[in-house]
Design a protein around this ligand. Structure first.
Ligand SMILES: Cc1ncc(COP(=O)(O)O)c(C=O)c1O
Length: 418
């Protein structure tokens, strides 16, 4: 039997995903390649590419993740300009796109590096040439700490902590690997997830980090995740104002004990303008702005209108697969194609068509208020409720401009959980 193998993107091939055409295991293919090819590489069998360059949208296999390149590039440019004008560093969160290709586009526009949430995400970024990664999360466990420290031989690596025992473990791993790790304290600014209380508890942990070999105390991480999705502008502004005051006081304590605090990082797509203007935060770790989603479509600007700084650039393309009743139809994008944790997807350009319910492989749609007649095979564009976990369901971004597929990018860090 003969099989063909195609590499999605040469720049990401060392760490990217294989597009296997043929029903064989990855291992069979891999043994045919020289051993040198595998050094430091992570391989996974991918979903089949849903399109070819030059295809029209109608020819894309579904469900597929579509990026509207005009809107996407607008979003990248816009956030880069906002950060530059505010005089703050931009370190976008790669948990949103999980793509070194996109990380490099952000870095070319001035970003200092990216944030990741997992060691394996960071590995994908670093092995694809990203030179500065902050893991904005706690990393616990000897194996993960060894992997994190090993990455610091190839790139500048930062990590967040909220516990003195974890600081000791990080220091030991860094010393064993012969590297220095940047360490930021995660401060709980009412996010009520991880994090040390602001004030003296944070200052005490900073002193512990300062005394630990192998570690460099770099600053504070203060992400207020809940505030990102408060619909009201004033509500979001008030939440961040309170966080800013807590961080300002904490910085005073840290500096009074003779420690420098170079970075105060935080923010997301819902609140970045407040952090950027605070005079306390000097780094933005926004993620969703590159794509946007239905949930962010519900937050309001100062005047009470939906925010329009960024454009919706991410869509799930679905196909109508059944027309069981006059007012009901079914598409091929259900729970395995869309994350619904922040609500159901919105249907684009078809007023009156509502996505009613998702089951594993089916999306049920109601047609009550439309007189458009649909046929089997018709395509629908859906705006996902939540972009990050939706991206994590796909291996490929199908990038479209003026109705044609212009590029196809692998989502190389998809599924990177450990
Ligand atoms: C720690 C952290 N920083 C930044 C972000 C980016 O936020 P957003 O995607 O809302 O821009 C997230 C998203 O969940 C996050 O968890």
């Amino acid at each position: 039997m003969r099989f063909t193998m195609a590499i999605g993107n040469v720049t990401e091939c060392a760490i990217g995903r294989w597009n296997l055409i043929g029903n064989v295991t990855e291992a069979v293919h891999c043994r045919k390649l020289p051993a040198a090819f595998f050094q430091g590489a992570v391989f996974a069998v991918s979903q089949r590419q849903p399109a070819e360059i030059g295809d029209t949208i109608e020819n894309i296999d579904t469900p597929a993740l579509i990026v509207d390149l005009d809107a996407f590039e607008h979003n990248l440019d816009k956030m880069a300009a906002i950060a530059a004008a505010a005089g703050v560093r931009l370190r976008p969160h790669a948990k949103t796109h999980k793509s070194p290709t996109i990380a490099h586009m952000q870095i070319r526009r001035g970003a200092v590096g990216v944030c990741c949430q997992k060691v394996s995400e960071a590995e994908v970024m670093v092995l694809n040439g990203v030179a500065d990664v902050l893991v904005s999360n706690q990393i616990v466990g000897a194996r993960k700490l060894r992997r994190l420290a090993a990455l610091a031989r190839r790139a500048r690596i930062g990590v967040c902590v909220d516990n003195a025992a974890n600081v000791a473990d990080l220091g030991a791993a860094a010393t064993e690997a012969g590297v220095k790790l940047d360490v930021l304290i995660e401060v709980n600014v009412m996010q009520a997830r991880c994090g040390v209380a602001p004030g003296s508890a944070t200052a005490e942990l900073a002193a512990v980090i300062g005394r630990t070999a192998g570690l460099h105390f770099r600053g504070l991480h203060a992400y207020h995740g809940k505030a990102q999705h408060y619909a009201g502008f004033a509500e979001r502004a008030a939440a961040i104002a309170e966080a800013v005051e807590q961080i300002r006081d904490t910085l005073g304590l840290i500096r009074a004990q003779g420690q420098d605090c170079e970075i105060v990082t935080g923010s997301g797509t819902g609140t970045f303008e407040f952090e950027a203007a605070s005079g306390v935060f000097n780094e933005l770790q926004v993620g969703s702005y590159v794509f946007m989603d239905a949930s962010y479509g519900r937050i309001l600007d100062r005047g009470g209108a939906p925010i329009d700084v960024f454009e919706q650039s991410l869509f799930v393309l679905a196909t109508i697969m059944s027309l069981p009743a006059e007012n009901r139809m079914v598409c091929d994008a259900g729970l395995k194609a869309l994350s619904v944790d922040s609500g159901l997807p919105l249907v684009v350009d078809n007023e009156g068509v509502e996505y009613l319910a998702a089951s594993d492989e089916h999306g049920s749609l109601r047609l009550d208020r439309t007189n458009r007649s649909f046929s089997l095979g018709d395509k629908l564009r859906l705006i996902p409720g939540h972009c990050d976990p939706t991206v994590n369901l796909y291996d490929w971004f199908v990038c479209v401009r003026r109705g044609r597929v212009e590029e196809i990018w692998p989502i190389s860090a998809r599924g990177m959980l450990v």
